[in-house]
Design a protein around this ligand. Structure first.
Ligand code: 3Y8
Ligand code: NAP
Length: 247
């Protein structure tokens, strides 16, 4: 058995620990989005594969027998490529994907389909807005420059921002107290988030509810059908289950 973990999330890091502990031959893969990704207890590769064909070639050349897609729910292109490349190479694939956050009483959410819908949902009157959606998808907010924006990136911005904004540089995970403190100090009136699920970024959602703030929640992209579990244990069972004796 030789597993490829498409990683880059807290869940993928937890899986890597279990796979290393089980002594399974595996490779951990980052997309190369951040300057200093967290170390892993497995051999690690960083950077794209070169689309579906690049991933299929990698699977063949590295003799990968199992692929675990433990990327983020918004890493749609990687997930789609994994489905296609595993079909092409007839390689077993499983997705480790956390459940979306569910609205609870007291949440003041507006669910929107994408970033452009999120921009449209912001009011016209100027407000303090916290964009907790990273760095790659903020450009559309330039059409509403009247707001005072707070952004949060993993790494310091390299290029000029498409609109005036204050940038917090932090990789998370984030605590409820630090989110409450930040939102109160900055007088945040709106937050924009993606429905990432998981615990690593949930604190801002709980803080918004406690402060009675409206949250614009961007729904996840559609992904192709694939085997999907929500726990590291289920992945380990799948790995154990799908090996034949002597493999
Ligand atoms: C490179 C690996 C850990 C892992 C931390 C999780 C938790 C924090 C939630 C907010 C939301 C956001 C962002 C976020 C979350 C965890 C987890 C998670 C959101 C790292 C990591 C990589 C990335 C890539 C980065 C994206 C960005 C998104 C910031 C490592 C830290 C906003 C997603 O500058 C860039 O290009 C960054 C790009 C993709 C989204 C974007 O479009 O900007 N994640 N995040 C992975 C790789 O190269 O393969 O550097 O160690 C992993 C984590 N991100 O150690 O506990 O859910 O697992 N990451 C979102 O939810 O919208 C932060 O600020 O509240
Ligand atoms: P994406 O848009 O779905 O992927 C774009 C391209 O980046 C992929 O086609 C692939 O390039 C490469 N790539 C992405 N993840 C990779 C991985 N783990 N290993 C190797 N190549 C990878 O991806 P994204 O949304 O930018 O996310 C990039 C990474 O950040 C992923 O590891 C993801 O788990 C992590 N992350 C993302 C988010 C988010 O909000 N999107 C949040 C937290 C963590 P090729 O086509 O060349 O193979």
């Amino acid at each position: 058995m030789r597993a490829l973990i498409l990683g880059g999330t807290a869940d993928a890091s937890l899986l890597a620990v279990e796979i290393a502990r089980a002594g399974i031959d595996a490779i951990y893969s980052y997309g190369g989005r951040t300057r200093a990704p967290a170390d892993q207890p497995l051999p690690t590769r960083i950077g794209g594969f070169g689309g579906v064909s690049g991933l299929a070639d990698y699977i063949r050349s590295e003799r990968i027998t199992h692929v675990i897609d433990a990327t983020h729910p918004f890493a749609a292109e990687m997930s789609r490529n994994a489905v296609a490349a595993c079909a092409q190479t007839d390689t077993p694939l499983i997705a480790l994907e956390r459940a979306p956050w569910l609205k609870t009483p007291g949440d003041n959410w507006t669910d929107v389909a994408d970033v452009n819908a999120a921009v449209a949902t912001l009011p016209e009157t100027p407000a303090n807005v916290f964009l907790a959606i990273g760095r790659q998808h903020i450009a559309p907010f330039a059409t509403k420059p009247q707001h005072s924006y707070t952004l949060r990136f993993v790494d310091p911005p390299e290029a000029p921002l498409p609109f005036a904004a204050d940038v917090i540089v932090s990789r998370g995970p984030f605590t409820l107290d630090s989110e409450l403190e930040m939102m109160r100090t900055r007088g945040i009136a709106w937050i924009v988030a993606r429905n990432s699920g998981g615990d690593g970024a949930r604190a801002k959602i709980d803080a918004a509810r406690m402060l009675g703030l409206p949250a614009i929640m961007i729904s996840r992209p559609e992904l192709p059908e694939r085997r999907r579990v929500e726990s590291v244990t289920d992945v380990m069972q799948w790995l154990g289950h799908s090996t034949r004796l002597g493999e």
